[in-house]
Ligand binder design. Structure first.
Ligand code: 8YV
Length: 325
């Protein structure tokens, strides 16, 4: 019998031919709705491999549903949806999709920064609503980007790629990270800062931090209160690193100027989410790596990882290397 591979979203057939040629592959069949948990649990009972997305909770119950599960290939660089410890204990390999999404996610992060600074979405809505009566000097005036200070919290590969873009805009670069990045300091003149110093000094505070116990709820009311009045907060990392109520209050009370958000505490959000009432919020639905080219490359990398594990090779991008030993 061929190993069984279950994919929790509908993916284009041509992106998974390497798998369909060798294995029995089944995909969740609905375009816009994710596979419900009951379905994932049921499929996990017979699967040798699962291809999962960030919104699929892969916990002990899923990991222990069947006997044959060997690999969980997450279609994301992050893997905070997976109980890594439980997977490792069971000898189940977890893979992710680093590197291939770095530049695209940095492009999106910088677009969000630009859009928030120059009020692009607000301006587009304004013109479509037929409100453009004529020219006035401060009509939809935003904030400069060039020459300002960017503070990047979470200087991983995406953070560094954002820093390179910022350098091109003549920005001063501050960063905060678990470890110091000497290359970035040399090449980009990025300056390592304490978290407190960064949030106090930056005109653009950009969070790309992964979700860990240390980063959960990092951006509290106190932190927003320390930011400059014209600071713009960008979050393209993980929603739960910010206290959304505190962010709402800071934006509403003019403690900070604006926010650009690709991620939220609990996704998806609905149209009546309080942050969406605020004109100084640019919100987009977690599309950091969503270019057609990059998503295709990510899917293919997931496929290659699954193929490697199921044919006895080492996967390219494994998260829990200790399982291989
Ligand atoms: C995901 C992301 O690709 O890679 C990540 O960690 O946050 C996104 O780019 C997307 O959410 C699909 O799981």
């Amino acid at each position: 019998m061929k190993p069984y591979v279950y994919i929790t979203r509908k993916l284009p057939e041509e992106t998974i031919v390497d798998l369909t040629e060798l294995f029995e592959v089944k995909m969740w069949d609905h375009e816009d709705i994710p596979a419900p948990r009951e379905v994932i649990l049921k499929e996990a009972q017979k699967a040798s491999a699962l291809i999962t997305m960030l919104s699929d909770k892969v916990d002990e119950e899923v990991l222990s549903a069947g006997e044959s599960l060997k690999v969980v290939a997450n279609l994301a660089v992050g893997f905070d949806n997976i109980d890594l410890e439980a997977a490792t204990k069971r000898g189940i390999i977890v893979t992710n999709t680093p590197d291939v999404l770095t530049e695209t996610t940095a492009d999106l992060t910088f677009s969000l920064l630009m859009a928030s600074a120059r009020r692009i979405v607000e301006a587009a809505e304004y013109i479509k609503a037929g409100k453009w009566g004529g020219w006035s000097p401060y009509l939809l005036a935003g904030h400069d980007v060039f020459g300002k200070t960017i503070g990047i919290v979470g200087m991983g590969k995406i953070g560094e790629a954002v820093a390179r873009r910022a350098k091109g805009f003549g920005m001063e670069i501050l960063y905060h990270n678990r470890s110091q990045k000497h290359e970035a300091e040399k090449e980009l003149c990025a300056v390592y800062s304490s978290f407190e110093d960064l949030v106090t000094k930056a005109d653009f505070v950009v969070s790309l931090a992964p979700l860990t116990e240390e980063t959960r709820n990092l951006f509290t009311a106190d932190v927003f209160a320390k930011m400059k009045k014209n600071a713009i907060f960008i979050n393209a990392g993980r929603g739960p690193v910010m206290d959304e109520q505190a962010l709402y209050d800071a934006l509403k009370n003019g403690e900070i100027a604006a926010a650009g958000l690709d991620v939220f505490e609990k996704e998806p959000i609905s149209a009546d989410h309080p942050l969406l009432e605020l004109p100084n919020v640019t919100a987009i639905p977690h599309i950091g790596s969503a270019s057609t080219e990059t998503r295709t490359t990510m899917i293919k990398l997931c496929g290659a990882n699954v193929k490697a594990v199921l044919t006895g090779d080492s996967p390219k991008t494994i998260v829990n290397k200790e399982v291989l030993q």
